[in-house]
Design a protein around this ligand. Structure first.
Ligand SMILES: *[C@@H]1O[C@H](CO)[C@@H](O)[C@H](O)[C@H]1NC(C)=O
Ligand SMILES: *[C@@H]1O[C@H](CO)[C@@H](O)[C@H](O)[C@H]1NC(C)=O
Ligand SMILES: *[C@@H]1O[C@H](CO)[C@@H](O)[C@H](O)[C@H]1NC(C)=O
Ligand SMILES: *[C@@H]1O[C@H](CO)[C@@H](O)[C@H](O)[C@H]1NC(C)=O
Ligand SMILES: *[C@@H]1O[C@H](CO)[C@@H](O)[C@H](O)[C@H]1NC(C)=O
Ligand SMILES: *[C@@H]1O[C@H](CO)[C@@H](O)[C@H](O)[C@H]1NC(C)=O
Ligand SMILES: *[C@@H]1O[C@H](CO)[C@@H](O)[C@H](O)[C@H]1NC(C)=O
Ligand SMILES: *[C@@H]1O[C@H](CO)[C@@H](O)[C@H](O)[C@H]1NC(C)=O
Ligand SMILES: *[C@@H]1O[C@H](CO)[C@@H](O)[C@H](O)[C@H]1NC(C)=O
Ligand SMILES: *[C@@H]1O[C@H](CO)[C@@H](O)[C@H](O)[C@H]1NC(C)=O
Ligand SMILES: *[C@@H]1O[C@H](CO)[C@@H](O)[C@H](O)[C@H]1NC(C)=O
Ligand SMILES: *[C@@H]1O[C@H](CO)[C@@H](O)[C@H](O)[C@H]1NC(C)=O
Length: 494
């Protein structure tokens, strides 16, 4: 393996020297002569060991820290819930003080500005600039420290639990041949199995930060029937899992919890990217990953949880009515423009696109640059999934539907008539006007607009909501949008 990698990189280097300069327009210092001895590709290693013996000692870890649930001890049955809920509605506080959080002026202590580039205040110790939180020597406490923290981490735990089950479930229900026909090898299956194991660790971490009332694993109801749909669902589910955390992590009271959570969500972000690659999407067609409010993450997640054990800890977050994107771009098509109406496998917001389209319309097995969408490190789609100016059609559900574990939560909204479509992607919240065409149906046009430079704001797997106002909000106060959200959807922009 080492020999092979070396030969490959040496070949690339030779290839690079042979190309005419400049290879990057405007980059002038590109003629450094990296003279390499060409390695003949024919001289590959053919025997692999025994290897050199290196200095080592015998070690063992006889008692690793315990997991709260190992791979296969959770529920393994799946499907919809058909019983009657014994309890309904979100977890309530003893009192609720107002109908929404009122905007306030700037915090009077937010004044620091440095004009000379030097430390301004006494340093508590050498090489230790003044300021920061949790930097004064106080003992860290890795536990949630408020209802906000508790409900946020409990939501995160519901997400980790479904991922643990979901990744294993796909491996269990599809055969090796099914995976191969979607371009995914035995090594890729092992990789997905490893991601499931990562979730055992994440679920253990979050459980420990909550304590004895931490939510446990539930029973789930999945939308996919093919490997492509499984992968598509995974890249959507991990997108709201990751973005759900970015939305609250910097609002947590407990910096210690935020620290550990960041270290787990960095892994989740890599999972999301890998699932995009397995679907032949551009791995990350954005410069920034977006954050969403907790009630959004819960609205996307809850419809896939069919039931939880009797004394399961409930969540305080809102479930918004579903927003359906009629012409959701289908990543299985080489021509996303040709996507038919409702070409998704169900009516839940995170449902994957239909992969069972005619093979002459599919990009899955096409080995053509710019058109193919089999698994790859990176793909160029010459016809993008979506583009600014595209007409996007919607229908949306009425509030009052039973959703989530045991159908025991109820969708709700406090918004008036929807008049705007809110596009949440990267660092941005962009509104476009909604044209209403019927009861609970309408359309808008996908916005243009950039984050910086030529980075189009709307791209990747991103979030859309119908709202009754175009309130100006930024990433740190985005949750103030919630009282204005009429329905919530997920858009496959790129
Ligand atoms: C140390 O910092 C923490 C916040 O990080 C603060 O809550 C605590 O009051 C500080 N302790 C002292 C003695 O200043
Ligand atoms: C739920 O019940 C189980 C079994 O009786 C118990 O171990 C667990 O602590 C309970 N959970 C809560 C949140 O009360
Ligand atoms: C939810 O459904 C499961 C499975 O039927 C049942 O065991 C559990 O008690 C129910 N939970 C509640 C809160 O009714
Ligand atoms: C969504 O689909 C399910 C199953 O096909 C159906 O029972 C349900 O009524 C649908 N819900 C809505 C709001 O259309
Ligand atoms: C794709 O096409 C290229 C060039 O024609 C070829 O080298 C490669 O083996 C093909 N890959 C597959 C998976 O068919
Ligand atoms: C891929 O797309 C980029 C721009 O998005 C373009 O510059 C590049 O030439 C494309 N590469 C191929 C191989 O099509
Ligand atoms: C998709 O539709 C847009 C808008 O009509 C058009 O500009 C674009 O050329 C179409 N894409 C292809 C590959 O035809
Ligand atoms: C998203 O990014 C990809 C890769 O840079 C680009 O080809 C595509 O046109 C972008 N899509 C939109 C909607 O801007
Ligand atoms: C979107 O809505 C417009 C206006 O009602 C309609 O003309 C168009 O056919 C719809 N497109 C789809 C894909 O439903
Ligand atoms: C909208 O709903 C009203 C009353 O429920 C009904 O009379 C009307 O026909 C509906 N309009 C459309 C376009 O479906
Ligand atoms: C997106 O956010 C960036 C950073 O705040 C801002 O500079 C840019 O103007 C925003 N773009 C749009 C279209 O809102
Ligand atoms: C949200 O924050 C931005 C500053 O980044 C501010 O301009 C805006 O007024 C705030 N929105 C509300 C509703 O407070």
């Amino acid at each position: 393996m080492i020999a092979k990698t070396f030969v490959t990189s040496a070949c690339f280097a030779v290839f690079a020297v042979a190309l005419p300069n400049p290879q990057v327009p405007g980059y002038t210092d590109d003629d450094t002569p990296f003279v390499q001895t060409p390695y003949p590709v024919s001289s590959l290693a053919t025997s692999f060991g025994p290897d050199s013996q290196v200095p080592a000692t015998a070690t063992s870890d006889a008692s690793p820290p315990p997991l709260v649930s190992s791979d296969f001890t959770g529920a393994t049955s799946h499907g919809p819930f058909s019983g009657t809920p014994t309890i309904t509605g979100a977890a309530n506080a003893p009192t609720t003080l107002a109908s929404e959080v009122a905007p306030m002026p700037l915090n009077p202590t937010a004044t620091y500005y440095n004009t000379n580039g030097l430390p301004q205040n006494p340093a508590p110790a050498p090489y230790t600039p003044n300021g920061g939180l949790g930097t004064n020597g106080s003992l860290p406490r890795y536990m949630v420290n408020s209802d906000f923290d508790y409900e946020s981490i409990a939501l995160g735990l519901y997400q980790e639990w479904i991922e643990l089950d979901l990744f294993n479930n796909g491996l269990a229900v599809f055969s090796e041949a099914d995976f191969l026909s979607a371009g995914l090898t035995a090594e890729d299956r092992s990789y997905i199995a490893f991601m499931a194991q990562q979730e055992e660790g994440h679920a253990t971490l979050l459980t420990n930060m909550l304590g004895e009332t931490a939510p446990v694993q539930c029973t789930y109801n999945y939308p996919f029937e093919t490997v492509r749909e499984f992968i598509d669902f995974n890249q959507k589910l991990t997108r709201w899992g990751e973005s759900g955390v970015w939305g609250f992590i910097n609002h947590l009271d407990s910096r210690e919890v935020g620290q550990l959570l960041a270290q787990s969500i960095a892994t989740e972000a890599r999972q999301q990217m890998s699932f995009r690659q397995m679907l032949g999407l551009h791995p990350m067609p954005v410069w920034f990953e977006t954050g969403i409010p907790q009630s959004w993450a819960w609205s996307y997640l809850a419809p896939y949880i069919s039931s939880c054990p009797a004394n399961q800890t409930r969540l305080a977050w809102q479930n918004f009515p579903a927003l359906h994107i009629i012409n959701q771009p289908n990543p299985n098509r080489f021509s996303p423009n040709d996507t038919k109406a409702n070409e998704v496998v169900g009516n839940r917001t995170g449902d994957p696109s239909d992969s069972l389209i005619p093979s002459e319309e599919s990009c899955v097995n096409l080995n053509v640059t710019g058109v193919g969408c089999g698994p790859a490190i990176a793909r160029n789609r010459s016809e993008p999934l979506s583009f600014p100016g595209k007409m996007v059609n919607f229908t949306w559900d009425a509030p009052g539907s039973a959703v989530g574990p045991n159908n025991s939560y109820v969708t709700s909204t406090s918004a008036g008539n929807p008049t705007f479509v809110a596009w949440v992607a990267q660092l941005n919240l962009t509104y476009t006007p909604l044209t209403v065409t019927g009861n609970n149906s309408g359309y808008t046009y996908q916005p243009a607009g950039h984050v910086y430079g030529d980075d189009g704001a709307v791209n990747g797997t991103m979030f859309v909501a119908l709202t009754d106002s175009d309130l100006f909000l930024t990433p740190f106060n985005l949750s103030m949008i919630n009282p204005h959200v009429r329905a919530l959807g997920l858009y496959q922009a790129g």
